[in-house]
Design a protein around this ligand. Structure first.
Ligand code: PAF
Length: 280
């Protein structure tokens, strides 16, 4: 069943008001499109948990660090709508830039602390863009629950923080990372990899699994990091932004997994920045 594509906030509000009046619960799946099985697993989780499901597709200019990266981001609205057909979602919200950021728009949502490290340190302003658009999407969809992939672990913690701090009446549901057969975490950015780069990309996950194994055996990040970076370099990665062990919730730095921890990495392969994380 083809879901209605809604392009205006007022059109969306008319739908959500009617659903709310009927006592129905609403689940939102915020995306930037180029949907893959990772996104579709979020849609399935939303379908299982809520009466109505809205998938949002908006390539948010405010979370990109370079105009080139924004311009190159894959845009596949027609294919995305087709992929969503089998889920019978209730609406696909595809606002344009003027709907999201009309003339005079002047508000930024900024989450301190959590955004100073990892991707926040390497992509200045990125999480302000994410926090601002996610706040808007949660309010626009009037959702009871919103579904985010654990692949963007830092983003998930930032969203949880802003929802708690702003008392937004919405539950944030984190869903496991979905991987390709060779272990590469699914990401819309994988579409930007050449065939040659794609064949090497799983080295990121492999190197991380090796570090995780070393940590479980009692070794420290200081002992393991250099070898993992050398392995990535040998696989063709040009640089590693970070390979860090962090507390799973407040993202404070750890040398060993002495509390629930996450190993997180961002590295560049053939001009594409790949990120991944695993629990340790
Ligand atoms: O994870 C993403 O696709 C984006 O960062 C999000 C949450 C849709 C905000 O633009």
């Amino acid at each position: 069943m083809t879901a209605p594509i809604i392009r205006t906030v007022s059109g969306l509000r008319a739908m959500t008001d009617a659903w709310r009046r009927a006592g129905e619960t609403i689940g939102a799946v915020p995306t930037m499109g180029a949907l893959h099985d990772g996104h579709l697993s979020l849609v399935q989780a939303a379908k299982n948990a809520c009466d109505r499901v809205i998938v949002t597709i908006f390539v948010n200019p405010r979370q990109f660090n370079s105009p080139e990266d924004y311009a190159n981001y894959p845009r596949t609205e027609h294919d995305d709508a087709e992929k969503l057909e089998r889920f019978a979602v209730d609406a696909i919200f595809v606002p344009d830039g003027d709907q999201m950021y009309p003339a005079g728009f002047a508000t930024t949502v900024s989450v301190a602390g959590l955004t100073d490290v990892l991707c926040g340190a390497h992509r200045p302003g990125h999480f302000d863009g994410v926090a601002t658009v996610v706040t808007k999407l949660l309010l626009q969809t009037a959702c009871d629950k919103a579904f985010f992939g654990e692949k963007d672990w830092q983003q998930l913690q930032v969203v949880r923080r802003l929802v708690a701090d702003l008392n937004l009446p919405c539950e944030i549901v984190g869903c496991p990372t979905i991987r390709e057969m060779d272990g590469l975490a699914m990401s819309s950015r994988n579409l930007l990899l050449s065939d040659r780069a794609r064949a090497r990309a799983a080295a990121l996950h492999e190197a991380m699994e090796e570090v995780a194994e070393g940590l479980r055996a009692g070794r420290t990040m200081a002992e393991l990091r250099l070898k993992a970076e050398a392995r990535l370099e040998a696989a063709g990665f040009t640089s590693v932004d970070y390979l860090d062990l962090r507390a799973h919730d407040d993202l404070s730095a750890l040398e060993r997994p002495e509390r629930p921890a996450r190993l997180l990495a961002a590295a560049w392969l053939a001009g594409v920045r790949l990120i991944d994380n695993i629990g340790v």
